[in-house]
Design a protein around this ligand. Structure first.
Ligand code: SF4
Length: 348
């Protein structure tokens, strides 16, 4: 461990109090999931994993209108949930939320658990999400450790750690438990999230606006760009995929994918690694690059009238857009629907 500014009780209290005072004055108070109970906190926390606040807001509002409570969500069909989630990506999150709602109804009397152990029995809820639900949703004691918190703690307390390693995770969890106050835990938790998103940016931290500048190790030694250690970037493999959309009498042929794996449970056309030698294509579209966590797809969409007998489900483009469909498929269907459908019908 390298030199640090000294992790003593005074420092800890100073840290927490500064974050709380700052949050009350400068933090966010009007996000649609704030002050709306534990269910809203849970849904927002899951949506916010891997996704920016600005993107989440509209999805969250639509979701809460359609499924205003846990019972409504548990009673819904997974297709309805995936349709609302369509375009947000990482669809396992939606499937887990739906499964969890059913578990809550069956095993927890319809109420979102208010202890960490039971929360973590629900699919998709890890320790940090459980901590956020405890603190922000139930207003109890709860500790979080997301990317923002890791960055602030590493910088403020001078932890030169590779944030991905097991050792670093353990150290940062200990540090997060140590600094999280019992009193005003919900304000502190919102505060450290707000600080990470609006002040302690990854690339250009606004140290002159930061409430913990006076105790921050990275600021003191002018090493903010070096903490935390950057993730080792692995090159993602890239694959070409042909999105072959069967087209017949103005309708598109789609199939539902199995519930597991990429785009699990969503509706898609054929996704082929190679195009068959003879395929009757009557329109091709620009390639789309789609980045998953572990791989990149270069997607080449086209309309064809082959394999029609293999298709059981046909949809007009406007109806297909109401289904749970992945973002690149949605983008292509929107083009078909808005710009080209008249021309296409002429060439049938
Ligand atoms: S002083 Fe700068 S580096 Fe330190 S926590 Fe604040 S914004 Fe981040």
């Amino acid at each position: 461990m390298t030199e640090s500014v000294g992790t003593n009780e005074l420092l800890k209290d100073n840290f927490a109090l500064s974050v709380v005072t700052w949050q009350e004055k400068f933090g966010r108070h009007h996000l649609p999931w704030q002050h709306s109970g534990a269910y809203a906190t849970w849904i927002s926390e899951i949506m916010l994993q891997q996704t920016q606040v600005e993107t989440v807001i509209n999805y969250f509002k639509k979701f809460m209108t359609q499924f205003p409570n846990i019972a409504a969500l548990a009673n819904a069909n997974i297709d309805e949930v995936l349709a609302i989630w369509s375009g947000l990506g990482y669809y396992a999150r939606a499937r887990n939320i739906h499964k969890s709602a059913q578990m809550i109804v069956n095993d927890f009397d319809g109420k979102l658990p208010s202890n960490i152990e039971d929360l973590m029995k629900l699919p998709g809820i890890g320790p940090s999400t459980a901590g956020a639900i405890m603190a922000l949703g139930h207003k109890h004691y709860g500790v979080i450790l997301d990317g923002n918190v890791k960055r602030i703690l590493s910088r403020c307390f001078g932890r030169h750690l590779d944030g991905q390693s097991h050792h670093a995770q353990k150290q940062l969890w200990q540090l997060s438990y140590w600094v999280t106050p019992e009193k005003n835990c919900h304000i502190y938790t919102q505060g450290i999230m707000d600080l990470g998103s609006s002040v302690c940016h990854k690339l250009h931290p606004q140290c002159n606006q930061c409430p913990i500048q006076s105790i921050c190790y990275a600021h003191k030694y002018n090493i903010t760009p070096h903490l935390p250690y950057p993730k080792v970037k692995k090159n993602k493999p890239s694959f070409t995929k042909h999105l072959v959309i069967p087209y017949h009498q103005g309708k598109l042929g789609l199939m539902k994918r199995p519930n597991t794996g990429i785009w699990g449970g969503l509706w898609v056309p054929f996704i082929l690694d190679e195009l068959p030698k003879e395929i009757s294509t009557f329109r091709t579209y620009h390639s789309i690059k789609h980045i998953f966590t572990h791989q990149t797809w270069i997607i080449k969409p086209l309309l064809a009238n082959d394999h029609l007998d293999q298709i059981e489900h046909w949809f007009y483009p406007e109806d297909a857009l109401q289904l749970g469909i992945p973002k690149p498929v949605r983008d292509v269907i929107e083009i078909i629907h808005h710009d080209q459908i008249n021309t296409l019908q002429e060439v049938e």
